[in-house]
Design a binder for this molecule. Structure first.
Ligand code: FPP
Length: 232
């Protein structure tokens, strides 16, 4: 069994976690940031090289204005408050997603955190924000078409999968393991290109309750799998 380099997580169940306690859904998201902090730290200690988490999808704009605003505010606060912690833990910060519709001040904070952590050599923490898997593929295709228009001599007639990956939001090794919390059996437009051969682990834990043990259990389950990549 290969050692896991990259884990991707669909952090689901924040809303239900809050509703079950008679709280506003946004409390669940606040609490979710704590689980995220613990998970990132634990993954780093375990020697995982990349962690990608789904923080806001292109479809999440359809939620109530209150919830969208609360999620934007939470991310902005995270970007502001977490810099010291990420530097101390040697974490390299990245974001995967479309810039369209994202407030300018948020984009500036994202760029700042990417810049200051760019030379960190520990775990790469990739936040999928304003992210959709289909949009990522279409954005990549449009980049290639644009390059072709601008550089007629070097027009690409055919490209390989490897070359195509370079046009994605971030060209990271594909995740070996995809975790989804809260017992839902869906991909929800997450990393469509990258998870072609990922092992999927679904647990009932709601994201705000996700603990170090849940991550250990997911990795233990992965270690039992027989990955054949279409072979026998
Ligand atoms: C899904 O739960 C979760 C989200 C849409 C947001 C995830 C965001 C965080 C964990 C915190 C913010 C992230 C960063 C990087 C600061 P849901 O609301 O769909 O839950 P439900 O299915 O129970 O309604």
């Amino acid at each position: 069994m290969d050692i896991i380099k990259h884990i991707a997580i669909i952090m689901d169940g924040n809303g239900r976690w809050a509703e079950r306690r008679g709280l506003l859904r946004t409390f669940g998201h606040n609490e979710g940031v704590n689980s995220l902090r613990c998970t990132l730290e634990h993954a780093g200690k375990l020697g995982i090289k990349y962690l990608t988490v789904f923080a806001f999808s292109t479809e999440n704009w359809k939620r109530s204005t209150e919830e969208v605003n609360a999620l934007m505010k939470l991310f902005k606060l995270y970007l502001k408050n977490e810099e010291k912690n990420l530097m101390e833990k040697n974490v390299k910060f990245l974001v995967s997603g479309s810039k369209i519709g994202v407030p300018e001040d948020l984009l500036e904070r994202i760029e700042h955190l990417k810049k200051v952590t760019a030379n960190n050599t520990g775990i790469v923490f990739n936040v999928a924000f304003n992210y959709g898997g289909r949009s990522e593929i279409i954005d990549a295709v449009n980049l290639i078409l644009k390059e072709n228009r601008e550089n007629i001599e070097n027009t690409k007639k055919e490209i390989t999968e490897e070359e195509f990956s370079k046009y994605l939001y971030n060209d990271l090794p594909y995740p070996e393991l995809l975790i989804r919390t809260s017992g839902e059996f869906r991909i929800s437009n997450f990393l469509l290109w990258q998870i072609a051969y990922s092992e999927i682990y679904i647990c009932d834990t709601l994201w705000p309750d996700f603990s170090e043990k849940d991550l250990d259990d997911a990795i233990a389950s992965y270690n039992q799998r027989d990955r054949r990549f279409g072979g026998i």
